[in-house]
Design a protein around this ligand. Structure first.
Ligand code: PLP
Length: 440
């Protein structure tokens, strides 16, 4: 841990809160990456946020490039969203009975994502991916699944897996508490590796329920599935009767109005996944996620079909109000063009600043999602992402933090720009990075 690189006075409220938190919450946090374990130092306890900024417990302001890990695409406290949430809250927090707003949100998502004909709302991405997996297995009557190293699909047991020792063997749990038997049907392949994909389908294709993939992987920073790779995923799934499941929890409504699938549909004629998992942006910062597919698949779900799935808070009236108001803002003309251009200007600015200082750096973005690497060229898979010089990344992270710029506190996480980020915010960020690079 770099001592005192980021904490100011010993009386920092962040330090005090972190000490208190650690006594009552494991690691002081309710989700591990928040603890700054990878980068060292004291996590910032957020006091409040507005637009592109948040303020920590010491009153320090940060330009926020996490946006709650993606949901805050409009920036914090957008007036239309705030109003919708306040109005909904006055009518009640939760009923455990259907509401009109759930129908509105389902119709809205289906209108914008043509591969989805029916959708079920849940409360977290984990729950959505777990349920999608069960539905894929139920609908196909098959058990085996393919996932890719570096893709995260939430923390359901069957999806917490790393690669096994070969394609004939299946994965190993990445977490204690997951029995090997639970992941024995999960095959983990290298992202963008066509030869492995072919071999896996040749060996197991007829037993596969689904192939689940982050089409633009945001949990190994930012890695796109190549077009030939994605095309082959589609072809093989069709050929062997396995479902192609897009985990768009991060990319849905973030990289484009139609999600990453609309980006691939532009590059591969007629392309669409069989099932889509969503979260983050569709809740606008409230606990809301969903999974959807064609009718024949979705009708396998209870109460229509034999695949059980349920939730006390599913389709929550306040969360759906927040999600709906968010989705309506995104449909305003030029929204994604402006967001995409702003995000590109950030990546371009950082790249130029690094080049000027002779620092290895590259980056990529789509819509309001970006990634950058202290590497000479963009990586294609998890193993290459992990060749990043992590002490160098940590120095960069802390230098930016000290300058009021909040990037993800881990080198394997994507970043997010919101509609509230201004050209001046980007300039301030690039200037801070340039100062850091020039000292390298
Ligand atoms: C965030 C994320 C999840 C998990 O969502 P939670 O709401 O954190 O459970 C699943 N898949 C992807 C691609 C994600 O980015």
């Amino acid at each position: 841990m770099p001592p005192n690189t980021d904490s100011k006075a010993p009386t920092s409220r962040n330090d005090v809160l972190f000490e208190r938190a650690k006594r009552v919450i494991p690691g002081g946090v309710n989700s591990p990456v928040r603890a700054f374990k990878a980068v060292g130092g004291t996590p910032r306890f957020v006091q409040r946020a507005q637009g592109a900024y948040f303020w920590d417990a010491d009153g320090q302001r940060y330009i926020d490039y996490i946006g709650s890990w993606g949901p805050m695409i409009l920036g914090h406290g957008h007036p239309a969203v705030l109003e919708a949430v306040q109005k909904a809250a006055l009518d009640g927090f939760s009923f455990g009975a259907p509401t009109e707003r759930e129908v509105d949100l389902a119709e809205e998502i289906i209108k914008l994502v043509p591969s989805i004909e029916m959708i079920r709302l849940v409360s977290s991405g984990t729950e959505a991916a777990m349920s999608a997996l069960r539905l894929a297995r139920g609908a196909t009557g098959r058990s085996k699944i393919i996932k890719f190293e570096g893709c995260y699909h939430g923390h359901a047991d069957a999806l917490l897996v790393k690669a096994g020792s070969g394609l004939a063997t299946f994965g190993n749990p990445t977490s204690a508490g997951v029995p090997p038997e639970v992941v024995q049907h999960t095959l983990v392949l290298e992202y963008n590796n066509l030869a492995q994909l072919e071999e896996a389908f040749t060996l197991h294709g007829k037993e596969l329920a689904c192939l689940m993939i982050e089409p633009i992987a945001g949990n190994m920073n930012f890695v796109r599935a190549s077009v030939p790779f994605m095309k082959r995923c589609r072809e093989l799934c069709t050929q062997y009767g396995a479902l192609l499941v897009f985990d768009e929890v991060m990319t849905g409504f973030r990289v484009a109005l139609g999600g990453a699938q609309s980006v691939y549909a532009q590059l591969i004629p007629g392309f669409e996944p069989d099932m889509t998992v969503m979260g983050k942006v569709i809740g606008g910062g409230m606990p809301l996620a969903a999974f959807g597919a064609k009718k024949d698949v979705m009708q396998q779900l209870a109460p229509l079909g034999p695949v059980y799935q349920a939730g006390t808070l599913s389709g929550n009236p306040v969360a759906t109000a927040c999600g709906l108001a968010t989705l309506r803002e995104l449909q305003k003309p030029g929204f994604y063009e402006a967001l995409g251009a702003r995000t590109q200007s950030l990546v371009a600015g950082l790249t130029q600043a690094a080049a000027k200082a002779g620092v290895h750096f590259c980056g990529d973005s789509q819509g309001g999602m970006f990634g950058f690497f202290l590497l000479g060229q963009l990586p294609q898979n998890y193993a290459t992402v992990m060749t990043t010089d992590s002490p160098a990344f940590n120095k960069f992270f802390h230098a930016m933090l000290d300058n009021g710029v909040y990037y993800a506190p881990a080198l394997y996480e994507a970043g997010f720009v919101s509609a509230a980020h201004t050209a001046a915010d980007i300039e301030e960020t690039v200037d801070a990075a340039a100062r850091f690079f020039s000292t390298r």
